[in-house]
Every structure is written in C-alpha cells, then in structure tokens.
Design a protein around this ligand. Structure first.
Ligand code: FAD
Ligand code: COA
Length: 404
C-alpha cells in the first residue's frame, strides 16, 4: 500500500491512546500550564505523570522497556499535550524523537539501554547541535572532539540547548579529529550531566515563550568521552553529519506537531469564545466575518495534521532511517507557519481578552512563535524541500559547487 492510499482512520487502539492522552492533558497538564509559564520552572510533576502514563520513551522497543509505539502515535499524544501546554508537548517530543531517535537508529546495544533507562526514568535528553557561529550552517560547527589515546576530548560551546540544566543525557555533535589532527567528519558523543565534569551548563536564555524548559549554553570543557559513548553512524564520521541529521528529521515532525497542538488549542478556545461572547445582541459566531476566520483556521489545522501524519508514518519501525527529509521539512514549515497564523487569529477573535495574561491565548502566541526557528528555520527547511523538488544538492556556502 502506498502512502497515498493509506486510510487515515485511526485504529481503536490509537483512538484509545489519544483519549488517554487527552484525559491526562486536561486533568494534569492544563491546570499547571499558566504557572509553568509564569514561574519559568520545569514541570517535574507533569513529567512524572507522563512517565507513569508510559509517554516518556513510548517509541522505545519493548525489549528495552518501551511500548514500541510509532511516530504517528507519538504525534497523537504530542498534539493533545500541546493543546494545553507547549512545554509538555515538547517534553514528549524530546523523550521519543531527537536524541532518542538518533541513539535508537545508530547506537550500540549498551548505548540504547543507557538511553532507555534514563528516559523511562523520566529524563528528557538534550540534543546539542547549534553553536553561536553555527546555527543554520550547522555543518560548520567548530566544537571539536580530539582523539587522545583511548578517549576523545571535547571542547566547544553549544547554545540554545533545550533542557540545559534539567536533562541528564546529552547527545553532543562535534567535529572529530584523529591523533594526527586530521578532520574525520562529524560524530555524536553521549554525556551525562553531573557524571561528566567537562559538561558545563552556561547561561540561560530569557525566552519569549516556552518558558518552562530552560534553553541554555552547554560548554564542553575538556570533556572526556570514551569510545563506548561515541555514536558512530554506519558509514563512519565522514557521512556522520548527514546520517545524524537524518535521525533528527523525526524531531522536526515532533516540533511541527507541537505547533499544531498549540494552534488547535487556540482554535478550540476561539470556537467556544465566539459562541459565548455576544455583541449586537447575538453571539459573535453568528457573524460571517468571524465564521470565515474560524473556517480558515480549521482548514489550516487539518492540512498541517495531514502533512504531519504523512511524514510521521513515512518512517518504518523504530531505529530505521527517515526515507525523505523533505516530508519532515514540509510538515514543519507548514505547521509552524499555520500555527502562528491560527494562534494570531484566535487572539483577534478574543478581542482585548486575547491580549490579557488572564487568558491562555497570549501564551500560546508566544509559544508557537518559536517553531519557524528552532529545529531548522522555515527558510532552511524550504531549501531542503527545494532540493527534493529540483533533484539537486543546494549547498549554501559561498561558491557552492563552483570552483573559484
Ligand atoms: P541563523 O542561522 O543566524 O539565521 C538567521 C536568519 O537567517 C533566519 O531567518 C534564517 O532562516 C536565515 N538564514 C540563514 N541561512 C539562510 C540560508 N542559507 N537561506 C535563507 N535564509 C537563511 N539547537 C540545538 O542544537 N539544540 C536544541 O535543543 C535547540 N533548541 C532550541 C530551542 C529554541 C526555543 C530555539 C529558539 C532554538 C533552539 N535551537 C536548538 C537552535 C536552533 O536550531 C537555531 O536557532 C536554528 O537552527 C537557527 O539558527 P540561528 O538561530 O543561529 O539563526
Ligand atoms: N536529513 C537527511 N540528510 C540530511 C539532512 C536531513 N535533515 N540535512 C542534511 N542532510 C545531508 C545532505 O543531504 C547532505 O548529504 P549529501 O552530501 O549526500 O548531499 C549532507 O547532509 C550535508 O548537507 P548540505 O545540505 O550539503 O549541508 P550544508 O552545509 O549546505 O548545510 C544544513 C545545510 C544541513 C546544515 C541545513 O540544511 C540545516 O539543516 N540547518 C539547520 C540545522 C538544524 O536544524 N539545527 C537544529 C538544531 S536543534
């Protein structure tokens, strides 16, 4: 069956999963969302509830204690969480995608077991790619891992690392140099905060939204990593960047889903509000100008959901590579931009109340704004899509393919 033929009716089991997620989101996550934002504090109590519900590490294979769930099933859970709290949606993403996906795809059995034990215990791993001088141009990272005898020594600075100071497991991307100083390519290095003294948490960013998860610098100061903790993709460090980024595509689908969930939450609230709020002696939902806004919002959400589910379902069982980075990229571009638009329209429909911190809409607008940036900007992801459309590599560095 091709993806185009796939019937998107969810199975009874998937519907049950979604309902279970919804219940937890309403009963446990929603009452904490505003406080988490206001106090900028990581919701450990919510994480514990996610852990008890089996949502931390739900994609891990059953042999490692997980539930062997698919990315589509994670998307169902993430959307429900994000309808109430973007931070909680992101925690579920990072406890199943991102670093977890890379480790499950390329890790040794011991590395998989280590990651699984931490995640099932409630850890949301951090993935450390971005540097001050290498954001979109991630392949130009300068953090180095120098081989010294039986270990690697890492030095460099990462920033905007989600979970800095709360995450224990870190997957750090670094440029690898052999003992002679030759550049071998890019690899992934596993380190556990507080067990590896060279992993130092730096400044926390004062963020616009998603304030319940710290975004921090992560400094690698002569951080020693033994070979057992090095994530070497199958074709070695030479293709390491491409292969690690391939595993990272799942995180892009996850980020798209958080944007979708936030926007869907805003839309639901706008529907309720416009039914209840009266002006000119009748509910504002009776005005066609309002109805068409609600309709456009619903259409955007449905289109975003379709792209996300299609991308999520395109990947095979846990541990297999992502077949088409373009699908993850297009889902994230569309969902992040639609999410911003839908949340903004919801604020408009709330009138002045939308602008008040007494209501959740302004928080949703601040939270959803992130998703055209983190995890690859909308511009960079359009380049990924264009590369598929044109069937061409599209190197962005000056000179590109040309010999100068
Ligand atoms: P720049 O690369 O400096 O881009 C600035 C602008 O220029 C953007 O609009 C961009 O689209 C545009 N631009 C740049 N190059 C091109 C081009 N070739 N063509 C067209 N336009 C271009 N990173 C991690 O490693 N781990 C994390 O956990 C993590 N979490 C994050 C969480 C948040 C809340 C945020 C905001 C960021 C996070 N990041 C993380 C970093 C994120 O991945 C980077 O911010 C992103 O890749 C963009 O890099 P930059 O901010 O340096 O922007
Ligand atoms: N999935 C699979 N492969 C990928 C990939 C992805 N998401 N992104 C890059 N690659 C592969 C490319 O296909 C290419 O392989 P090739 O040599 O076989 O053609 C290789 O990696 C290098 O990519 P290229 O596009 O030549 O690199 P570049 O130096 O021009 O930089 C990127 C472009 C990849 C760095 C940029 O597109 C990007 O993704 N930046 C955003 C970084 C990001 O998302 N950070 C999030 C941190 S949380």
């Amino acid at each position: 069956m091709s993806l185009d033929d796939r019937n998107w009716d969810l199975t009874d089991d998937q519907e049950e999963l979604r309902l279970r997620a919804r219940q937890l989101a309403v009963e446990v996550v929603a009452p904490r969302a505003a406080e988490v934002d206001r106090t900028e504090s990581y919701p450990w109590d919510v994480v514990e509830a996610l852990r008890e519900a089996g949502f931390m590490g739900m994609t891990l294979p059953e042999t490692l204690g997980g539930a062997g769930r698919s990315f589509l099933e994670v998307a169902l859970v993430v959307e429900e969480m994000a309808k109430e709290c973007g931070v909680t949606g992101r925690i579920v993403v990072e406890a199943n995608m991102g670093a977890v996906s890379a480790i499950m795809t390329y890790g040794t059995e011991d590395q998989k077991r280590l990651a699984a034990d931490l995640v099932l215990g409630g850890d949301k791993p951090a993935i450390c790619i971005t540097e001050p001088e290498a954001g979109s141009a991630a392949s130009q990272m300068t953090t180095r891992a120098d081989r010294h005898g039986d270990r690697y020594v890492l030095n460099g600075k990462k920033h905007w690392i989600t979970g800095g100071g709360v995450s224990r497991l870190h997957l750090v991307f670094a440029r690898v140099f052999d003992e002679q100083g030759a550049d071998e390519g890019i690899g992934g290095f596993l380190a556990i905060r507080d067990e590896n003294p060279g992993l130092v948490i730096g400044r926390r960013e004062p963020t616009m939204g998603l304030r319940g998860i710290p975004e921090t610098e992560v400094l690698l100061e002569d951080m020693e990593v033994v070979p057992d903790m090095v994530l070497v993709p199958p074709s070695g460090f030479g293709r390491g960047f491409a292969e690690l980024m391939n595993a990272y595509n799942s995180q892009r689908v996850g980020a798209a889903t958080v944007a979708l969930g936030l926007a869907a939450g805003a839309h639901d609230r706008a529907v309720d509000r416009t039914r209840a709020r009266e002006q000119f002696g009748r509910p504002i939902a009776e005005f066609q100008g309002v109805q068409w806004m609600l309709a456009d919002m619903a259409i955007r959400l449905e289109a975003a959901r379709s792209l996300i589910w299609r991308a999520a379902a395109s990947r095979g069982p846990a541990g297999s590579p992502f077949p088409d980075p373009g699908m993850a990229a297009q889902a994230k571009v569309f969902a992040s931009e639609a999410g911003i638009q839908v949340a903004n329209d919801a604020l408009q429909l709330f009138g002045a109340a939308g602008y008040s911190r007494d209501y959740p809409i302004e928080r949703i607008c601040r939270d959803v704004r992130m998703f055209t940036i983190g995890g690859g900007t909308a511009q960079i992801l359009r380049t990924v899509v264009a590369s598929r459309v044109l069937g061409m590599r599209l190197p962005q560095e000056r000179g590109g393919f040309l010999t100068v």
